[in-house]
Every structure is written in C-alpha cells, then in structure tokens.
Design a binder for this molecule. Sequence first.
Ligand code: FAD
Length: 400
Amino acid sequence: MIRTADYLIIGGGVVGLTTALALKRRHSDASVVVIEKESACGRHASGRNSGVLHAGFYYTANSLKARFTRDGNRRMTAYCLERGLGINRCGKLVVAADKSELATLDLLKQRGEANGIELEEISETEAREREPRVRTFQKALYSPSTASVDPVEVMTALEEDARAAGVVIRKGVRCYGRGSDGSVKSDAGDLTPGYVINAAGLQADRIARTFDFCRDYRILPFKGLYLYEESPQPVRMHLYPVPDLRNPFLGVHYTVTVDGRTKLGPTAIPCFWREQYGGASGFEMREFLEMAWRQAGLLLFSSFAFKRLALEESRKYSRSTMARMAGRLATGSDPGQCRVWAKPGIRAQLVETAHRTLVSDFILEGDGRSLHVLNAVSPAFTCSLPFADHIVDEVERHTG
Ligand SMILES: Cc1cc2nc3c(=O)[nH]c(=O)nc-3n(C[C@H](O)[C@H](O)[C@H](O)COP(=O)(O)OP(=O)(O)OC[C@H]3O[C@@H](n4cnc5c(N)ncnc54)[C@H](O)[C@@H]3O)c2cc1C
C-alpha cells in the first residue's frame, strides 16, 4: 500500500498530521500515507513547544502567519473543547520595560486591529489587577484569546483522528528524498506515490533539495530551553516582553502551562546540528561543519544582528541569567525557585542564503509532483488547522 499511495506525507509532526486530515476531508477515497522516522509522532517541535495558542498580533496583515494564527487559534481552541482536551484560556499580557518600548507596543496593537484580533490596551494599574506580579511601564497589551494546550495530548488526538479517517501512519520509516530514478527513497524501500508533501520540519530543506527545491534557503536550528519556576505565587497568565521585531523570536517570557505551572523561556540559541537536544545526541560531522561554516558567515556578514543574538542567547544557558531576565517582566522572580529545566525544543528556522536574513513567514515550494513546507516555525502549531487547508489548496493548484 505504501508504494502506491495517492499522497505521501513525510513527517508526523503537527503539519504532517493536520495535512493528512485535510486531504482526507477533501478526497475521502484517496490513500494518504504518513511516514515518520521516529517511533512516535510529535517527537520534535510539535511535542516540544510552549503549547501556547497565539492570537496573531505580531505579524503584518499581509503574511500567512497573521491569517493562520488568528483562524488557527479559534479552530484549535474549538478542537480542544470538542475533543475534551486540556486548554487553559489564561490570556496574555505584553509588557513594556521603559518608554522606548511604547511605540512597538502601539505597533502591535495596530497589527492586532488590522488582523481582526481582540486586544486591549490597559494601564499599568489594570495590568496589575489582572496579574499582581506584572511589571510594566505605563501600559500593557492584554490578549484574552491567547491560551495554553498540552501539545503532546493534541498530537495524540490528531493521530487518533487521522487513523480513524483512514490515514496510514508508518512510524520508524525514514525518507532519504528523491532518487535519480524519480522514486522516493526510504527505509520501507523505493516509493512511487502520486504526490509527495514534505513536512519534515528540521530536515525539510535537505529533503526538498533532492527534489530541486529550497535552492535559496537553508535551515539554521535554534534551541529553545525552558526553566520551570516553582513560586508560591505562580503567575496567572502569559507575560511577554515587547519583542525585537527585527528577528522572529519573542524573547524570554513567562508561559503558564495547561495545568497552571510556570515556565520561563524559551531561548533561541543557535545549534551546531539540527537535532542537538543535549550532549552528542543526533551529532553528524558533516552537518556540524556545514552549520559552523554558515554561522561564521552570519557572524561576519549577516544583515541582522546575528552576533548580538548569538552572544545574548548563549548567556541563557545560565539559570540565574534566565531568572534575572524574567525578573524584568514580573516581581518576585527568584533564581532559587528556578532549578529544573524542562524538555527543550529546536526551531527549524530558515535563512535566506543570498542576503543572510532570517525568514519570517511560512514558505511553500512545489510543482505537479511534490510540495515542500519550509520554515514551519512558531506559531505553526497554532496555525496548523487552517495552514493544512492552505497546503491542500496549493497541492490542488499545482495538480490542476
Ligand atoms: C521551542 C519552541 C517553542 C514553540 N512554541 C510554540 C508555541 O507556543 N505555539 C505555537 O503555535 N508554536 C510553537 N512552536 C512552533 C511549533 O512547535 C512548530 O512550528 C511546529 O510544531 C512545526 O511542526 P512540523 O510538523 O512542521 O515539524 P515537527 O514537529 O518537527 O515534525 C516534523 C516531523 O518530521 C519527521 N521527519 C524529519 N525528517 C524525516 C525523514 N527524513 N523521514 C521521515 N520523517 C522525518 C520528524 O521526526 C518530525 O516528527 C515552538 C517551537 C519551538 C521549537
């Protein structure tokens, strides 16, 4: 069956599974097969993220992220409620450190309005009524629709739904890309599916290149570390700083998990290989040399402040530095209460090689035989349900 599937999806992350479901909704008779190299789905970003359902006010209205975050937040919230999955509709505050950040706070509010997102500008006093520990300068933005889910629970539910819809999920099968004979090389042999969708996350650029796509980009992985805060007065809602909009990361923040625990993070530390979760796991010499070379180029020539980002982020390997940074957002932050690291995640961030810039939006490249999902970075978990419909639209556009 796997050799002759109508649609072959590479990667059992949230993008792969929601795309499989969207394909089955539109083409119920088609055979859809997902191959996943790990022994379970969701072992990478989809099961290792903050679990935040973002609202969608960081992105400019013309971006895919703006539309899919807004719609994805609503659809994922509804999905969790219908499926009886955990969801903590705690809301979020974006806080300003000082006067210099107020203009960006205003810009985020304008972006939220342009994207049709509910967002309130509130005073410092009102912010403190909502979250007694918050620190902000003069005002803050309150987002009521930002929520938390358990990403592993959501992935389990999506996998069950995909199987119930007739999707075949083959775990422990690694894809090696397209071979010179045109077949797809895998641990399960040479496959000749009708159409291929590459949703391989951190490995998506490698696979895309075997299909002659992803010529202008490379993945540069960034590690997100989290630290639990065990405070007698846990924060009630997510607290985020005003971001530096020149890069796609949101800065160290407080996340409230679905069960009310507090996590600080995540960091955005450049990695030297794609699956560098800890120690030497996932190490490949060729990849290490390639990443070191790429990072050297970025240090010397990048058009964004890679050197500053890399230095600043690497300092966050220290628990006390992370706790001190979080202390800018909330009172009562104490390094002594931040002892336990949570499971890290790695972002599959795309770099545009000609200009050495980080790509912000999702990128899809394809033709009549295959489609490649590139740069499915945060908040692709939130976006996944409408993003999957868009992926299927693109497949249909290419296949006529
Ligand atoms: C630290 C961190 C925090 C984040 N926080 C949030 C958040 O709060 N909210 C939000 O909306 N988003 C968040 N994100 C983003 C979100 O997690 C990702 O955008 C999303 O999970 C990407 O899904 P994916 O399916 O593309 O990738 P993945 O989950 O990485 O899935 C890709 C799958 O492909 C498989 N694969 C790879 N290569 C092969 C191969 N050769 N053959 C077969 N299978 C292969 C992998 O094993 C993997 O299971 C965060 C991400 C990180 C890293």
